[in-house]
Design a protein around this ligand. Sequence first.
Ligand code: PGA
Length: 256
Amino acid sequence: MKKYIIGNWKMNLNVHESSLFVAKLAQSLPIKRNVETVICPSFLSLQPVSLQINHRQMKLGAQNCYWRDEGAFTGEVSAAQLRGLTQYVLVGHSDRRYIFSEDDRDIRFKVQAALRNCIRPVLCVGETEMERGDGDTEHVLCDQVASGLMNVSSEQLDQVLIAYEPVWAIGSTAPATNDDIAAAVKIIRTQVEHMFGKAAAAEVPVLYGGSSNLENGKDILASTGVDGLLLGRSSLIAPEFVGLVNAAAEIGKETK
Ligand code: PGA
């Protein structure tokens, strides 16, 4: 199965710095048929970067979008405006859910807006530390998946990716354990199976995100049943990012 390595640059790098970093990545990023490499710069950098990159080497993702196509929504960028520019968009990242108070309804509408505009949504789900402590992980994941994919058709599901991102592991010092990740992936696939059937559940790409890097990422890719990684900090360190794309290609070969 194809592996996905997605770099979320968050609110880092201005337009000039983005261009320099992309040039650096381009020097060593391999083109592998079994790996989809995606970078998600800020909105401002998307257009210049899209003119700079070799689209076989890396694809572009936005970090967010608004769900209405156009109108009086000051400061927002719609999926319709991203159409043709990015191939992916992150939806419901925990920064969006918890810092910008996005709720399940916003996230559901954004998934639909992305699909309507031919952009693949990466639906991010994950429990907070408190939810985990309360033993609510399964409940939270099922709810977030069910709500995010409500009104998505079986045909549209082909375009959807899900990222398991435990909120407590994001920006921290260690990722979730491989056992925790494997268990969460199973919960997510079971929920998808309830909604779309067994085949769809086996096919939907499920990624992991939260403090993964070159050191722990290979193991996560190899032993947890995930189809890829959503990287924050390590996506801004060229050798780490490139190393993980290479690792994913190797592991992808073994798990064909
Ligand atoms: P991190 O961020 O890799 O820096 O923990 C992950 C994310 O926010 O997706």
